[in-house]
Design a protein around this ligand. Sequence first.
Ligand SMILES: NC(=O)c1ccc[n+]([C@@H]2O[C@H](COP(=O)([O-])OP(=O)(O)OC[C@H]3O[C@@H](n4cnc5c(N)ncnc54)[C@H](OP(=O)(O)O)[C@@H]3O)[C@@H](O)[C@H]2O)c1
Length: 277
Amino acid sequence: MSKTILLTGATDGIGLEAAKLLAKSGHRVLLHGRSKDKLASASAAVAAVANDIDVKTYCADLSTVEATESLAQEVIASNDRLDVLINNAGVLKTPETVTSEGLDIRFAVNTIAPYLLTKALLPLLGDQARVVNLSSAAQASVDLAALANATGLDDMEAYSQSKLAITMWTNGVASSLQDRSIMLVSVNPGSLLGSKMVSDAFGVQGKSLSIGAEILSRAALSPEFEQASGLYFDNDAGDFGPPHADALNITQCMAVVEAIEQTIARVKNARVKNAGS
Ligand SMILES: NC(=O)c1ccc[n+]([C@@H]2O[C@H](COP(=O)([O-])OP(=O)(O)OC[C@H]3O[C@@H](n4cnc5c(N)ncnc54)[C@H](OP(=O)(O)O)[C@@H]3O)[C@@H](O)[C@H]2O)c1
């Protein structure tokens, strides 16, 4: 049966490759990107491999709470149902590391935006829906102060913390949604896959992006992920496996959820105050 699948960061790398694969298999893909030009090229590339289907696109910079909320509203306004959300957009190295809302861009894009999008889209996610969150083999204990406000972490430290943080909130939210038939899973798509993120950060060409696209497609659709809620799939090992120990500690996972909630609330309050002054 054809599913409706929203992929964030579908304009390049693993996300674009996964969008092509899913569309080719007959699924309705909704492509998110932050650049209108790149979205136009991505939708043409997806349509070209899938019998010129009509591909819906959404443009939003996920580095701010405000734009992420608007994206969620746009998706809700233009769809009756969503079967799969793939939170793929991510950033490691970038010239500007502090967002306009004062957050470290790695936490903003890799951790907080996917949380906000997932929560806002829950009403649209039907029975048996899936949320696939992009984790990484790079995981480091989360400094909650750095999640809440940019503190000048170096690129790799910020990235690794943001990737453990998404793994932790995935487990935390999965456990709090046990009464709903939604599956949330974290996936390390494989290390050093040949995207611009990898060439910019490590100066290597990397392995085939199809390795990442295929595991995202399996996580989105295959029965082997039906009971995977809260788990971590490590595609370097080719199996489910233990993430960093912090992501197995539900108290610590819920502390990350709480810190994200507080950060979003603070950013929104500051916006209201600024609008009033
Ligand atoms: N490649 C690997 O080996 C590897 C390993 C582990 C995990 N991952 C994860 O896999 C995911 C995809 O990464 P990739 O390697 O395919 O990297 P990529 O080629 O750089 O793609 C990243 C995607 O995210 C989008 N993006 C970045 N910043 C954004 C922002 N502020 N707002 C909205 N969209 C934004 C990019 O948009 P633009 O096209 O406009 O730049 C692009 O579509 C990431 O979450 C990454 O952490 C990758």
